[in-house]
Ligand binder design. Structure first.
Ligand code: CO8
Length: 298
């Protein structure tokens, strides 16, 4: 649990010092209503049921919940707030945007910016992964729409994935299709979910899987009709919460600690790699072509 402890204490220190929050006009406060508590930072809404100890985190950054620096910062602060709240045992991660879970990293954060910006952005992506993959809470992804790249990564960080049974919704790590390379900790997260061979196929081809295919590959654990995603996630959560917390948490840590430690040890080198890769002219060109193609498809 050492990595978790380091993460928790550094993030807590930042939270308490208000370093992140001061830039954004102070921390979001809990609003109370009967058995419900809620807070919102703008791009994320968190609703907590005090009776069950389950929080639902809704990403609400239209049009596609892309993960820009502000979003990632809010995400990590919100997660830390729940993590240190002893009454919160489970987290359901979902989207408030119709048909999209998350479009992954915001491509505009990775093009035409300074190296300092790329470094700050990548540190925030790492922070999101370290917090979510290393969370002590039970985490369930209620995937109610498409979920490419970083969106898929967020879902893979959770303990269990329920997806809307709609073949129009696809999920996968499609980085190679953009001409970029998913870093080793994206790869590790996928291997830990679907195994080495399936990951090799998925990553090299940059494959996006429609929901039924994703289920076959083990990328998601269950498909349910679109209007049942939230209730199915709540039902799965109560099953997971019936296991004693300490035993489940230690088991989770045992499974995930090697991958987490690997990034913690190489965090600065990983940032330097990202900055030198993403700032190459050829990579910038690939991203530009991809963005142009996205806009042209309309
Ligand atoms: N970043 C920024 N803008 C985006 C992104 C994104 N990831 N995705 C979509 N948008 C924009 C579109 O350009 C469009 O903008 P505008 O309205 O100004 O034209 C707007 O959002 C709406 O998009 P669409 O019209 O395409 O919406 P649809 O509902 O038709 O489709 C999809 C939604 C399926 C999400 C579709 O937009 C899509 O496929 N987006 C691309 C997703 C993608 O490929 N993401 C990969 C990001 S890279 C990543 O997450 C990991 C990188 C790892 C780093 C590697 C280091 C080297």
């Amino acid at each position: 649990m050492a990595a978790q402890a380091v993460l928790r204490s550094s993030a807590r220190a930042r939270l308490l010092s208000g370093a992140f929050c001061a830039q954004r006009g102070g921390p979001a406060l809990w609003q109370h209503h009967q058995n419900q508590r809620a807070f919102s930072n703008g791009k994320i809404l968190v609703e907590m049921d005090e009776a069950t100890g389950v929080a639902v985190m809704k990403m609400k950054s239209p049009p596609v919940n892309s993960l820009n620096l502000d979003f990632l910062t809010e995400f990590s602060i919100s997660l830390e707030k729940l993590e240190i709240d002893r009454s919160c045992r489970g987290l359901i991660l979902t989207s408030a945007v119709s048909k999209i879970f998350s479009a992954g990293l915001d491509i505009t954060e990775m093009s035409g910016k300074s190296n300092e910006h790329y470094a700050a952005f990548w540190r925030a992506v790492q922070e999101m992964w370290l917090k979510l993959y290393g969370s002590n809470m039970v985490t369930i992804a209620a995937i109610n729409g498409s979920s490419p790249a970083g969106g898929c990564l967020m879902a893979l960080c959770c303990d269990y994935r329920i997806m809307a049974d709609n073949p129009k919704f696809a999920i996968g790590l499609n980085e190679t299709q953009l001409g970029i390379v998913a870093p080793f900790w994206f790869k590790d997260t996928m291997i830990n979910t679907i195994g080495n061979r399936a990951t090799e196929l998925s990553l090299q081809l940059g494959q996006m899987y429609p929901a039924p295919e994703a289920l076959k590959f083990g990328l998601v654990d269950k498909l349910v009709p679109e209007d049942k995603v939230q209730s199915a996630a709540a039902a799965a959560m109560s099953q997971w919460l019936s296991v004693p917390d300490h035993a489940r948490q230690l088991t989770k840590s045992m499974m995930r600690k090697p991958a987490i430690d690997r990034l913690v040890k190489q965090r600065e080198a990983d940032i330097n790699n990202f900055v030198s890769f993403i700032s190459k002219d050829s990579i910038q060109k690939s991203l530009q072509i991809y963005m142009d193609r996205l806009k042209q498809k309309k």
